[in-house]
Design a protein around this ligand. Structure first.
Ligand code: IMP
Ligand code: MG
Length: 194
């Protein structure tokens, strides 16, 4: 594994974003909608560095597994819809890769009654983004490499690392992990959102 971003640098980057959000949403009702599980560490740091009062909601999404879906076709169980009516909505995710995950959720935002819908990600793999939707806010733009740590996983592992590291082929030792191997090879897998 090769370290891409040290904890201190991540902390400073998130602090800068928190200040920008405090300015941009000053005096407005804001809900941070965290896409689980990858955004948990980022969300926890971001909200604690913001001065603005915010509410949080969570939504479980998954990608790089299951059958392909088209962006916009997302299934959310009854009762799991976030409560965002009359509030500005900021979708928070760990990484914007192809962009399909956030695109699909963002389309739902207005139907939930949000006043506005924007996206904030810790990492943006800009060279892979297919949807033409760049994140409204991002902390770091990174090259097309498969990264783990600070909430990001490889097969649900490594989320707890305090730094962000590039997963190298030597790390892909365990069999039965087609998702991450495919991602590492650059195949634009389509996410499935439940
Ligand atoms: P998108 O829909 O292609 O933008 O994918 C976003 C999701 O894919 C993220 O929330 C992650 O769960 C996953 N993902 C994409 N790239 C990486 C990576 O480099 N490491 C770990 N997870 C990733
Ligand atoms: Mg994720």
């Amino acid at each position: 594994m090769k370290i891409l971003l040290e904890p201190e640098r991540i902390h400073r980057g998130i602090a800068t974003l928190a200040q920008q959000l405090d300015r941009d949403y000053a005096g407005q009702p804001l809900t941070l909608l965290a896409l689980l599980n990858g955004s948990l560490v980022f969300l926890a740091d971001l909200m604690r560095q913001m001065q603005l009062p915010v509410q949080i909601e969570t939504l479980r999404v998954s990608s790089y597994r299951g059958t392909a879906t088209v962006p916009g076709e997302i299934k959310i169980p009854p009762g799991a819809e976030p409560q965002v009516a009359g509030r500005h909505l900021l979708l928070v995710d760990d990484i914007l890769d192809t962009g399909k995950t956030l695109e699909a959720v963002a389309r739902r935002g207005t139907a939930w009654g949000a006043l506005s819908v924007r996206t904030a990600v810790l990492l943006w793999k800009s060279s892979r983004t297919q949807t033409g939707r760049r994140p409204d806010y991002f902390v770091f733009e990174i090259p097309d490499e498969f990264v783990v740590g600070f909430g990001l996983d490889y097969n649900e592992n490594y989320r707890q690392l305090p730094q962000i590291a590039v997963l190298e082929s030597a790390d892909l030792s365990s069999p039965g992990t087609p998702a991450a191997v495919r991602a590492a090879a650059g195949d634009p897998a389509t996410p499935e959102i439940r």
